[in-house]
Design a protein around this ligand. Structure first.
Ligand SMILES: *[C@@H]1O[C@H](CO)[C@@H](O)[C@H](O)[C@H]1NC(C)=O
Ligand SMILES: *[C@@H]1O[C@H](CO)[C@@H](O)[C@H](O)[C@H]1NC(C)=O
Length: 444
């Protein structure tokens, strides 16, 4: 059977601080890796993924590990081999209590004991290996002993219970909390309300804030077939990270193909295995690269960590779905998840048929053009949001498909020349068996 996640989670990892810096707030950004989707990766693939993540200013991977997956040992061995070789890249575990059932206490202790002292294992407060979970609040009491025996620093995701309850569980065993609420419900923009609930409940304990670009899953064989709104989400959420200034950020995710929020490269084998095992109405991952979503991370993460805008080349990112929302059957996909008590909406009423674009510029551009299917002239666009000074910073906008299909090219011009152009993603097409609600993300 192919391991999968009923939700995804992520994580970030980070570096161990020099003792002299330990009084300063360490800010770290991790990306959540579903270990169950990495069985076919060689150590060299892990090295390549780590290089891509480091190039995007990501400090480490949170390894979501399902209990009893027969591939765990080999996958962990390759992951740690690659991470130990890399300079300042960290790994830590998120024990998944849902995907394959709750973890027995002793197995958690064994894994933390085996890997917690590896050079790349993320530590806090000097030498405490960090451990997280995906759910498992009913097993909170186990962690009293796990902490006593492993000296771990514990930041679970227990988002299924209110943060006040998670903070006080098992006598306050958690040293911090990760929040899995990374998507807005309905046709709305995400807010920081959930983050504020966590911060209030946490007091002095650490907060790990979730950031995700998208959510769509259509694996009816695994009882999953819904989407949440990703329009503007990546930009909005990074702006919220800059406001909230959490101790940690965890990107959801690096490789969760089943829920369409991967920002790492598509690995076709695990993606197609998932599509097959879950009875997906269409293969909604192959060919839908998300690499563009990494492009502006050095800028956002640099600002988050230092408050001073880092020097980054001018660039443009664009993302869009590859089918108009009413082009064919919805594939049984609902907007929102009624099983979570959310109001079900037709997905095409939750999201726009638009190309969303974000440019990082040193000074205002003269023009931005969005071409769909080659008829460029009709598509001069404008930036709808700009930096306050209208100088250096993030500019965003969108252009409706308006019935057009074909290749998407987004070009930013100044003084008559192109300063940044995004193209090369899968084309928009009305030819479909079921609408693919996943997106393509491209960049210059
Ligand atoms: C690393 O990031 C920079 C800046 O975004 C980019 O220009 C470069 O191509 C990237 N290199 C790799 C190997 O991804
Ligand atoms: C979301 O925010 C954008 C501005 O960033 C605004 O134009 C849009 O109307 C908002 N959408 C909803 C559904 O509130």
């Amino acid at each position: 059977m192919v391991p999968f996640h009923s939700l995804h989670a992520i994580l970030l990892a980070s570096l161990s601080l020099l003792p002299i810096l330990s009084v300063l707030a360490a800010k770290e950004v991790f990306a959540h890796v579903i270990l169950g989707n990495t069985a076919s990766l060689q150590a060299s693939d892990w090295e390549s993924d780590i290089a891509l993540a480091q190039n995007a200013s990501i400090d480490g991977f949170v390894l979501n590990v399902g209990f009893g997956d027969p591939n765990n040992d080999a996958s962990l061995s390759r992951a740690f081999e690659a991470a130990d070789k890399a300079s300042n890249f960290s790994l830590f575990f998120s024990f998944d209590y849902l995907a394959l059932g709750p973890w027995p206490k002793q197995d958690v202790i064994n894994l933390l004991t085996e890997f917690g002292s590896r050079p790349s294992y993320f530590k806090q407060d000097g030498n405490k290996p960090v451990a997280s979970t995906f759910e498992g609040p009913a097993n909170a009491q186990d962690w009293v002993d796990i902490k006593a025996q492993t000296n771990c620093f514990f930041i679970p995701d227990w988002s299924s219970v209110p943060p006040t309850e998670a903070v006080s569980a098992a006598g306050g065993v958690a040293d911090g909390l990760f929040n899995f609420n990374a998507w807005p419900v309905g046709a709305t923009n995400i807010t920081t309300d959930s983050d504020n609930d966590f911060l209030t409940a946490l007091g002095e304990k650490k907060y790990m804030m979730p950031v995700s670009p998208w959510f769509y899953t259509a694996l009816p064989g695994l009882n999953k077939n819904w989407m949440w709104r990703g329009d503007n989400l990546w930009e909005d959420r990074w702006q919220q990270v800059l406001e909230v200034q959490p101790e940690f950020v965890q990107i959801l995710t690096w490789n969760d193909y089943g829920e369409s929020h991967y920002i790492g490269p598509v690995r076709e084998l695990p993606a197609q295995q998932l599509m097959h095992a879950g009875g997906a109405p269409v293969d909604y991952v192959t060919g839908l690269e998300h690499d563009g979503w990494r492009k502006l991370l050095p800028f956002y993460i640099g600002l988050y960590k230092s408050a001073a805008a880092p020097a980054v080349e001018e660039s443009v990112v664009a993302y869009y779905r590859t089918n108009p929302g009413t082009a064919c059957s919805s594939g049984g996909t609902t907007g929102n998840n009624p099983a979570f008590g959310q109001t079900e909406l037709p997905p095409d009423q939750m999201v726009e048929d638009s190309v969303f674009f974000t440019a990082l510029l040193n000074s205002p551009a003269d023009d931005v053009q969005v071409s769909i299917g080659g008829n460029k002239d009709a598509q001069t666009a404008e930036f709808l949001s700009k930096p306050q000074s209208e100088g250096a910073g993030i500019y965003t906008g969108k252009v409706a498909f308006a019935g057009r299909t074909g290749e998407v090219i987004v070009s930013v011009l100044r003084g008559g020349s192109v300063v940044a152009e995004a193209k090369g993603g899968k084309e928009i097409s009305g030819d479909c068996a079921a609408v693919n609600w996943n997106a393509v993300a491209i960049s210059s």
